[in-house]
Design a protein around this ligand. Structure first.
Ligand SMILES: *Cc1c(COP(=O)(O)O)cnc(C)c1O
Length: 489
């Protein structure tokens, strides 16, 4: 069962099942749904799983959570991993140094790790909408990777419409093209003048707008969300952390029970939360190392106990998916560790004073599971160049993990870093790292792939010749009308 991170307002149900949390992700007082308790791996779990495929492991974990979805539907959802580069190994674990491994999570249709969760999640949400014969509008504000992955998973799905808001100029060209060339009749993509925070706040004010809610109601449309506030995404983000451990066992790098580090490039903290839940369920994780970029709010929280955005402004970096100040899923960790009363108090302080402070004991409790470090663009570019020379290509987000690997990994045990995007989504940055030269996405893709003899997947290559279906770039004030027109049409 799932309960609410800020307590119950007496209107929402006290406890809900998985499908309810997926369809209605916003809980009382602006909180989130979180598992009431976590299942635990039994003592033979890892031995049993070490002969299983990714999909079999995934099904086992979903069953441990006792989700209220038929097994046949879960299996169909997991079959979407068959479309990844290697159908048997959707998330390959690659050894880069004696103690450094990369969990490559970007081998899906949109070349970012969002597919790992959004592919099966989208299938399940679509199934629920169809079964309940209810119409859903899925809203997404994106800094570049959630958008394409959301559009892909819901394309032409019955009873589902998707509206995706992106900051014009705030994404890479490849990311923008992935969205504006989207073909499904049920999809709408809108560029807005502003940055990602503007896109997200536009979305939030829309959700609070009476006229908007009224017009949805008239058309009998329900609202849901595809970002990682939806637990339906988080559950699939537990699985690949477990699979990286199983891979370490299979590759004879560790024996059952021996510990390892997980490092994640963090933004909204969904990836990190998946690792935290996996650790609580019994995955032998020494610590979860959080890598941030210059928007280093998570590093500040996990090293000082203070979350203070009152004097911060969102900065643009070469890792745009991590350019975020309000990191939604931290709330689920606070709730899990300190309970709903304390969690609500901290979250209320954040919205009122734009800051909160943990006490010493609370900080210590967080640091039992997490440590964090941040790096700047210069570090990312140098790291990309260094690793490329040694024969491994890291995207700018994944490169931030190397700072954690170098600075905050005291024990000589394996470190798994999560690679969250393929280099092809950020080719101009990659080329700049290599040659210190600024090129367009298309030129940079061609040059980088030639120089390092790398393959460009068809889905990326074809983007440059596809028809633009969604040319609209609007002011914030025009968003509501754009959406209403789309829903009518
Ligand atoms: C979304 C994203 C992240 C951040 O992941 P969170 O789960 O939000 O912390 C990091 N890198 C890339 C490439 C992403 O798309």
């Amino acid at each position: 069962m799932f309960i609410e991170t800020r307590g119950n307002d007496g209107k929402n149900p006290q406890k809900v099942q998985f499908s309810y949390a997926v369809l209605n992700p916003s809980a009382s007082f602006g909180g989130l749904y979180s598992p009431e308790t976590l299942p635990e791996f039994d003592k033979d779990f890892f031995a049993r799983m070490s002969t299983k495929s990714y999909k079999e492991l995934a099904l086992e974990i979903l069953k441990l959570f006792d989700v209220d979805i038929e097994e046949s539907i879960l299996k169909e959802a997991l079959n979407l991993y068959d479309e990844f580069d290697d159908k048997n190994t959707p998330a390959p674990l690659v050894k880069v140094k004696s103690d450094l491994f990369v969990n490559e999570l970007y081998h899906g249709p949109t070349r970012a790790f969002k597919d790992m969760a959004l592919q099966p999640f989208g299938y399940i949400l679509s199934h629920l909408a169809k079964k309940q014969q209810k119409k859903y509008l899925i809203l997404a504000a994106t800094s570049g990777d959630t958008g394409p992955a959301t559009l892909d998973t819901f394309e032409n799905k019955e009873n589902i419409k998707v509206v995706c808001l992106y900051p014009d100029g705030g994404t890479s060209d490849v990311q923008r093209l992935q969205m504006v060339t989207a073909e499904g009749e049920n999809l709408k993509v809108i560029g807005i003048h502003g940055n990602f925070d503007d896109a997200q706040s536009a979305l939030k004010s829309l959700l609070a707008s009476d006229s908007f809610k009224e017009s949805l109601k008239k058309q009998d449309i329900n609202l849901s969300a595809a970002n990682s506030v939806n637990f339906g995404r988080i559950i699939f983000q537990i699985i690949y952390h477990v699979s990286s451990y199983i891979e370490l066992l299979k590759q004879n790098e560790l024996k059952i029970g021996e510990k390892f580090y997980i490092t994640v490039p963090s933004g909204n903290f969904g990836n990190a939360l998946g690792a935290y839940y996996a650790k609580k369920m019994g995955l032998p994780v020494e610590k979860i190392l959080i890598a941030s970029n210059i928007n280093n709010i998570l590093t500040e929280l996990l090293t000082t106990g203070v979350y203070d955005i009152s004097k911060k402004e969102l900065l643009q970096s070469t890792s745009p998916a991590m350019d975020i100040l309000i990191s939604s899923n931290v709330e689920r960790v606070l709730f899990d560790k300190f309970g709903y009363k304390r969690c609500k108090k901290l979250m209320d302080e954040l919205s009122l004073k734009k800051s909160y402070a943990l006490n010493k004991g609370e900080l210590e409790a967080l640091r039992e599971d997490f440590d964090a470090v941040y790096s700047d663009d210069e570090f990312a570019l140098d790291t990309i160049a260094l690793f490329a020379k040694e024969g491994y290509v890291l995207d700018p987000h994944t490169a931030t993990c190397i700072k954690a690997y170098k600075n905050i990994k005291p024990k000589d045990i394996p470190c798994v870093i999560c690679s969250t995007a393929e280099w092809t989504k950020f080719a101009p940055t990659m080329w700049q790292a290599l040659k210190n030269e600024k090129l367009s996405d298309k030129e940079a893709l061609e040059n980088f792939s030639k120089t390092l003899n790398l393959h460009i997947p068809k889905c990326i290559d074809l983007l440059f010749t596809k028809e633009i279906k969604h040319p609209d770039v609007v002011e914030k004030s025009e968003i509501e009308k754009s959406i209403t027109d789309f829903l009518k049409g």
